[in-house]
Design a protein around this ligand. Structure first.
Ligand SMILES: [Zn+2]
Length: 351
């Protein structure tokens, strides 16, 4: 994990409350998208689990190291995931555990992550898994930390009264040593019964200097000069926004451009382009490629609408195909195969 940039005063306040043993067991970090709510929650988890704590993380003990590598057995990070497909509830829970491990592995590989996919959620299986985890003893020490990110995506709210009640019970009276850290940029999307059980902690924006330090040291390649200063202005205190403001150079846009160019080059070229897509590991990345592709086609549609109605209609069909593939991409579909099917449609439309 990269370190926390900015938020010094908030971290100071949290440190004192950790050291005094007064940090609440169920908290809700709120604040704008991309300001670092989850990163702060991980910092708090590190402080809770630190061998010299609870206090501000010492950064040198075994446990602090495990948190930095996201491999601590008592750190549980719930990230919105695609809805599990299995039929039986027990199988669904296992599937959710696998999907979560995959999602955390992705963040370990790429700590500068984007927003989760629009259809990902905390389905009932995730809530059951959470319940199962907190009903066991922590593995390594007396405490554990459970982070639940984008909490407004808790599906349990409407879908299952018994799972919702189980969750409410855990939030109301967390088991000894269990700390629940929820984050949300849209806390009004949480049920009042859930929200009322959480102690709110407001995470504000960071200063330009923190954004600048992040962009010049954590990005690959690092930003410099005018590009750096432009991005600092666009960030408006949100490092996440600064990172997301890089679409023209991003991997997804490049991959979309490559695919479109390959479609012009015939079957052999687009088959190669489809195979170049990572098969399973980076599902979020795959949907980002489809989003970039859709965006690019919509631009073409606008350009053609006035002077080439037949061409515009073909592009409109292409946009629809991209949207269809994007919808099935949420499931257990192989991204390489999906891209090959899409490229074939696009080739026919281009002919
Ligand atoms: Zn430590």
């Amino acid at each position: 994990m990269h370190r926390v940039y900015g938020h010094e005063r908030l971290l100071d306040r949290i440190s004192s409350s950790l050291a005094a043993g007064r940090f609440p067991q169920a908290t809700l970090f709120t604040g704008p998208t991309g300001v670092g709510k989850q990163r702060i929650a991980i910092w708090v988890a590190q402080g809770i689990l630190c061998e010299n704590g609870p206090a501000a993380p010492c950064g040198t003990c075994h446990s602090c190291g495990q948190i930095e590598r996201l491999s601590h057995p008592d750190l549980h990070w719930f990230i919105p995931i695609p809805r599990p497909k299995a039929g039986e509830p027990d199988k669904q829970v296992e599937e959710a555990a696998g999907l979560l491990a995959e999602a955390v592995a992705e963040r370990r590989a790429n700590p500068v992550y984007g927003h989760p996919d629009g259809l990902a959620s905390h389905a009932i299986a995730s809530v059951r898994l959470l319940h199962r985890i907190v009903s066991l003893r922590p593995f390594q020490g007396p405490r554990r930390a459970v982070i639940l990110a984008n909490a407004e995506r808790l599906v349990v709210q409407e879908a299952s009264p018994e799972a919702a009640n189980a969750l409410l019970k855990v939030l109301e009276e967390p088991p000894p040593g269990t700390y629940l850290l929820l984050t949300s940029a849209e806390p009004q999307g949480l049920l009042p019964t859930i929200r009322s059980r959480l102690v709110p902690l407001r995470v504000g924006g960071v200063g330009d200097d923190a954004v600048r330090r992040f962009l010049s040291s954590e990005l690959e390649p690092p930003l410099m000069g005018t590009a750096l200063e432009q991005r600092v202005v666009m960030a408006e205190g949100s490092i996440g926004r600064a990172v997301a403001a890089a679409p023209s150079g991003s991997g997804a846009v490049q991959a979309a451009e490559r695919l479109l160019a390959a479609v012009q080059g015939g079957a052999q070229r687009w088959a190669q382009a489809a195979l170049a897509q990572a098969p399973w590991s980076a599902r979020g990345e795959f949907t980002a490629v489809l989003d970039a592709l859709g965006h690019r086609l919509r631009e073409a549609l606008v350009k053609r609408a006035g002077n080439d109605p037949a061409g515009a209609q073909r592009v409109a069909i292409a946009v629809r195909r991209v949207e269809e593939i994007r919808a099935v991409a949420q499931g257990n579909v192989n991204p390489q195969l999906a891209l090959a099917v899409l490229a074939r449609h696009l080739e026919r439309l281009a002919a």
